[in-house]
Design a protein around this ligand. Structure first.
Ligand code: NIG
Ligand code: FE
Length: 454
């Protein structure tokens, strides 16, 4: 085993600079693995429910209810990849248990690892004061317009060293792992200058190398207009297009591009201009749409065929229908609506119109400082009228589709990564029913137990 550690520590020299090496070593030892190197052979048997969420693409409308449950199920993982699944008796007749690490999941539900497809988890500083101001009646936009909000996280993120951001990032990723998250999307957007935007993206790239959770990286320089460009948003749009995008593409630092398309932030026209350029650079597109007012973000998402449009609290009927037609995923973020005391997105109408809905936490230092999956499930079920089956689909295969990884994660299917969650209870129905409580017992990444909640 020691030899294996040494090989891994040696490997670290290729991709980690000195400043990060200590952190890297600590985490290799903590997780006893490094992505793609220590993947083990695992057999999970006797699951009361094996919830497979089977599929390789997003599920639309009614399909979201179809989560493919195998009772008394088993799954076999070899070299980190799902090799087989079925009834326990059938699996045990084909595979020799002695060749595997075995988990007996009797009385438990087994699901695909959760995919949190919308977060802003790399940032400096906190904004607890703003939360109190909102409680006494100030709106999110009032605070942003008087120079607080996103821009105050920008100051703290510019001041934070790369090492600090990595340390905080690792703690936050660990907390996600405890909630059963095995893939996450993370955005930049607290730099708003070239240097800090690139710093945030590089930090996520390193975190992706050293932490078990897979990270999909999004460049979101178009999150707000920084002080240096106050009153000159068009110039800032040109700066993003001419100065930052080419560098992000050259260093291959991001997979997605996202814009906060909102009144007094970036208009539909400014957003369209940036999307057309980002597309030329090969980035996949996402949007913060109709979060605070109805601006036409959903319609823009449909027009340009974006991968997902997120928030949609105030999306119009027309926008929702256009998105369903163009198969743009609706990523809904109920904890943000809750924390902002805004109306919840119309999930029922979206699903009934044939849309694919994904759920994400939107974990960030401002509008929504929570990465709680149980709270998200509770709000989606109780206030957005999503059935437990639809919410599970939204957190697994549809979340995976929202980060364009539905062919690799998001379901328990042969050939996909062995990313799995074992619940303390016998059914996925306990997720909303045990309201607001974390019922994840084990989180498994590529066949390795990386988190146990005692
Ligand atoms: O998704 N709306 C824009 N972005 C985040 C909030 C970021 C912040 O407040 O720091 C959101 O709500
Ligand atoms: Fe967001």
């Amino acid at each position: 085993m020691l030899n294996r550690y040494l090989i891994i520590l040696d490997l670290s020299c290729f991709f980690i600079n000195d400043e990060c090496k200590n952190i890297f070593e600590k985490f290799v030892i903590k997780y006893k693995c490094y992505k793609g190197v220590f993947m083990s052979n695992l057999l999970i048997k006797n699951a009361n429910e094996l919830v497979t969420c089977s599929g390789k693409t997003a599920k639309y409308g009614k399909e979201m209810s179809d989560i493919h449950v195998i009772e008394d199920g088993a799954v076999v993982i070899e070299d980190g990849i799902i090799k087989d699944l079925g009834k326990t008796a059938d699996i045990l007749s084909k595979y020799d248990e002695k060749k595997y690490e075995v988990i007996d999941a009797k009385g438990k539900a087994v699901l695909p690892g959760f995919v949190d497809s919308h977060t802003h988890f790399v940032f400096g500083g906190y904004r607890a004061d703003e939360f109190s101001w909102r409680l006494r009646g100030d709106s999110y936009m009032d605070i942003m317009n008087r120079g607080g909000g996103i821009v105050s996280s920008v100051t703290a993120t510019r001041e934070a060293s790369e090492e600090e951001l990595i340390e905080r990032g690792l703690e936050r990723l660990d907390s996600m792992l405890a909630f059963g998250v095995t893939s996450v999307e993370g955005k930049s957007g607290y730099g708003l200058d070239k240097e800090t935007e690139l710093k945030q993206l590089r930090v996520m790239k390193k975190l992706n190398e050293i932490h078990p959770i897979d990270i999909s990286i999004t460049f979101m320089g178009a999150h707000a207009t920084p002080k240096e460009f106050a009153g000159r948003t068009d110039d800032y749009v040109d700066f993003i297009i001419d100065e930052v995008l080419p560098e992000v593409a050259k260093e291959n630092l991001a997979e997605f591009f996202d814009v906060f398309c909102e009144q007094n932030v970036f208009s539909v026209e400014q957003s369209r201009k940036m999307y057309l350029k980002a597309k030329e650079y090969g980035l996949k597109l996402k949007i913060h749409a109709d979060e605070i007012v109805q601006l036409g973000g959903a319609e823009l998402a449909a027009e340009l065929g974006l991968v997902s449009a997120d928030h949609l609290l105030h999306a119009s009927d027309q926008g929702i229908k256009a998105m369903a037609e163009k198969k743009v995923i609706s990523t809904l973020l109920p904890t943000t609506a809750f924390c902002l005391k805004e109306p919840f997105a119309r999930a029922r109408m979206m699903i009934d119109s044939g849309s694919a809905v994904a759920l994400g936490t939107d974990f960030n230092p401002g509008s929504n400082f929570t990465n709680s999956i149980p709270l998200m499930f509770a709000l989606a079920s109780i206030y957005m009228n999503m059935s437990p089956e639809e919410a599970v689909t939204a957190m697994t295969i549809n979340g995976a589709a929202a980060v364009d990884r539905a062919d690799k994660v998001g379901s328990i299917d042969i050939g996909k990564k062995g990313d799995i969650v074992i619940l303390k209870y016998p059914s996925f129905r306990f997720l909303p029913y045990h309201t607001g409580v974390n019922i994840v017992e084990k989180t498994i990444k590529e066949g390795k137990v990386v988190r146990e909640n005692k």
